[in-house]
Design a protein around this ligand. Structure first.
Ligand code: FRU
Length: 324
């Protein structure tokens, strides 16, 4: 019989996509290093109402701590507050809540990311050009912060104009459809900035389909692995991306520190870096190596688990032999 878990941690993800898959895998792997940690994941498919219900159910199911990426700034906050008010520690990560009811907040600096992208793009365009921006989900904090940072940076370049602001929702099909529906002249666009890589790739597909002159495409996330942004930059599908760190392992470690009553920072901001054609090949090699090592580690963890299980069965058998 499996021992009762010491800690049950609920992870409420707002979406299901490769960025979140990656992060969940990192959390799982870290959890394997600690005894008695059970993770319960939910994914809300970009639906705030569903996410609120899922949070309530997680709380109901008896979690000891909640890790949550709220779909939007305010619509999920009442559910998070309900959890917090029940005495459950809450880590808000990556997307913000407009409530103060959380134990810790962990993210990268989305405003800074938008700002750096703006500066990079202005340099790429030589200070002059027309931009299409494909925005992330309305009311979702990274979309607002990336937008603000981007526009503040571009304000220093009067000859650069954002001529199209397309409303996306972080997903590739929506970005594709919205750009496809755009009535303006695609040939007049010099660069597309997608608030994430999937939006930039969706936009690219719409341009390709229209047979328009292909502008430059920039995004954010720069995930490792096949179909990740680093590879898309290396393969020239994207001109640049920005690493949006997942760091699921550190997130889980923070959760355990909180549960163990250790000291912890109320706010953690991860630093990050731009991916361009100049460094994409090296970054891809490095990240492939990390993925390879991670797979080795998983193999090792599985082996250790089966060995321990064998050991415990043997122990039970010897005990039974003694008793009978
Ligand atoms: C993943 C994601 C990323 C994006 C982030 C914004 O769900 O859509 O692609 O950078 O969320 O919160």
């Amino acid at each position: 019989k499996q021992a009762e878990p010491k800690y049950i941690i609920g992870v409420s993800q707002c979406s299901e996509d490769i960025w979140r898959d990656w992060q969940n895998a990192e959390m799982r792997m870290e959890a394997n290093f600690h005894e008695g940690v059970e993770l319960r994941f939910t994914a809300a498919h970009d639906d705030s109402e569903l996410q609120s219900k899922q949070i309530d159910s997680l709380v109901e199911s008896g979690i000891n701590l909640l890790i949550v990426a709220p779909n939007q700034l305010s619509s999920v906050s009442p559910a998070i507050d309900r959890a917090y008010d029940k005495g459950i520690p809450v880590i808000v990560f990556e997307r913000k809540t407009d409530s103060r009811k959380y134990s810790a907040f962990v993210s990268a600096d989305n405003y800074e990311m938008g700002h750096l992208m703006g500066e990079y793009i202005a340099t790429q365009l030589g200070g002059k050009g027309q931009i299409m921006e494909v925005k992330g989900l309305k009311g979702s904090s990274p979309a607002e912060e990336r937008y603000n940072g981007f526009h503040v940076a571009l304000a220093a370049y009067p000859d650069i104009k954002v001529v199209a602001e397309i409303q996306g929702d972080w997903t590739e099909p929506t970005a594709y459809q919205a750009v496809k529906n755009w009535k303006g002249d695609m040939n007049s666009i010099d660069l597309v900035f997608g608030h994430n890589d999937r939006s930039a790739i969706g936009a690219r597909k719409a341009f390709e389909e229209r047979g328009a002159k292909l502008p430059m495409f920039c995004g954010i996330d720069a995930l490792p692995g096949p179909d990740g942004g680093i590879q898309q930059v290396r393969d020239s599908l994207l001109d640049a991306s920005y690493i949006y760190p997942t760091h699921g392992d550190q997130l889980l470690q923070l959760a355990l520190d909180i549960l163990d009553g250790k000291e912890y920072p109320r706010e953690t901001l991860f630093t990050s870096a731009l991916v361009t054609r100049d460094n994409a090949t090296v970054l891809l090699l490095e990240s492939d190596e990390v993925v390879r090592q991670a797979h080795n580690l998983i193999k090792l963890q599985k082996k250790a688990a089966s060995y321990l299980e064998q050991l415990s069965t043997q122990r039970t058998i010897s005990l039974l032999a003694l008793v009978l």
